[in-house]
Unconditional design. Structure first.
Length: 312
């Protein structure tokens, strides 16, 4: 945070910091003057809050004790959060980031090959949590210009903003920067798509570790190991997150799943049956739209996969 003077930080009333990182029981809290202090929550907070006690993006009130140690006295209620089912568990909530204004899901046109089913799930989670979402397609320097658009056009058709960029050549970065101004943006996606590289390119004072994909595979782990909130010079914050291996849905209302595929919306209410799940019911307007090619078959398949796996 060497550039603290040029960064403008504001917090809700009664709170004086925002959680920038969580390391076990300790939260690194960013204060209004740009400094970061390690703070531990008061015991009573642990009993009051269920699920993830503290997540990156939580607004907190911290105070320094006579001993010099910082304590978290209060945590602001979460307006919203990007959440998933914690990996390798049957049922536990993992809060990736608290209070994001928007989510940008970052994939690469290749290296690694885009896992579109993961993107579909991330978009459903964003819809369910009222987080406006956009897609970043990075590494367009590695492919034909048309190749990237052919793969991701279905997201444009669904109504999502899609940004085609190359961190390597700088293409598309100025347009992206504007969208990050004054907002809390979470950057999420699979490992190796260039999330940390993008932040380094946007904020020259930041030096997040990045690594070649082949090296990541040899190491068998991801480069970014914890979510981290980074203040932007133009105002706002961006949250770098560790690459996602799997995205399980948490608490998603499957009754609304069709609504969470925005390209289905024009057809909802036009099926023969009111409670149509758009599987094999006769007179289904969504299936008809898929057959006509108005809805992407691949996106429809993702809908069916999620519906069946979530017990809809
Ligand atoms: N060719 C090309 N390579 C890129 C581009 N952007 C990033 N890379 C490379 O992709 C690799 C992975 O980048 P990272 O920034 O570490 O990826 P990440 O998404 O942060 O990965 P995790 O932290 O593991 O989630 C690095 O070798 C980058 O140099 C790009 O636009 N084009
Ligand atoms: Mg990273
Ligand atoms: Zn239907």
């Amino acid at each position: 945070m060497s550039d603290a003077e040029t960064i403008h930080l504001t917090f809700p009333q009664n709170y004086n910091g925002i959680v920038a990182r969580v390391r076990g029981p300790v939260a690194d809290v960013l204060l209004a003057d740009g400094t970061v202090v390690p703070a531990v929550p008061r015991g009573v907070l642990k009993r009051e809050r269920r699920g993830t006690l503290i997540a990156v993006g939580d607004y907190v009130r911290v105070q320094q004790a006579a001993s010099g140690d910082w304590r978290i006295e209060a945590i602001a209620p979460r307006e919203r959060a990007l959440v998933r089912r914690a990996p390798n568990t049957l049922g536990r909530l993992d809060v990736i980031v608290s209070n994001p204004d928007q989510a940008f899901f970052m994939f690469a046109v290749r290296d690694p090959h885009p896992r579109l089913q993961m993107l579909d799930r991330l978009l459903v989670i964003a819809e369910d949590n009222d987080i406006p979402a956009a897609v970043i397609v990075n590494k367009i320097d590695l492919a034909d210009p048309d190749e990237a658009r052919a793969i991701f056009a279905e997201y444009e058709d669904a109504g999502y903003p899609v940004f085609y960029i190359s961190v390597a050549t700088g293409e598309g970065l100025p347009a992206l920067r504007e969208h990050f101004q004054g907002k809390i943006t979470v950057l999420a996606g699979p490992s190796g798509t260039g999330k940390s590289s993008l932040i380094n390119a946007l904020e020259p004072t930041v030096h997040l570790p990045t690594a070649e994909i082949s090296r990541k595979w040899r190491q068998g782990r991801h480069t970014t190991v914890m979510a981290q909130l980074i203040p932007l010079r133009d105002g706002g914050y961006i949250v770098d997150t560790p690459g996602l291996r799997e995205v399980g849905l948490w608490g998603v209302d499957v009754d609304n799943l069709d609504y969470y595929f925005p390209e289905f919306r024009p057809y909802l209410g036009q099926c023969r049956f009111n409670d149509c799940r758009h599987l094999d019911e006769p007179g289904c307007a969504v299936v008809a739209a898929v057959e006509e090619g108005a809805i992407s078959f691949r996106r429809y398949e993702s809908y069916v996969n999620i519906l069946l796996s979530e017990g809809g």
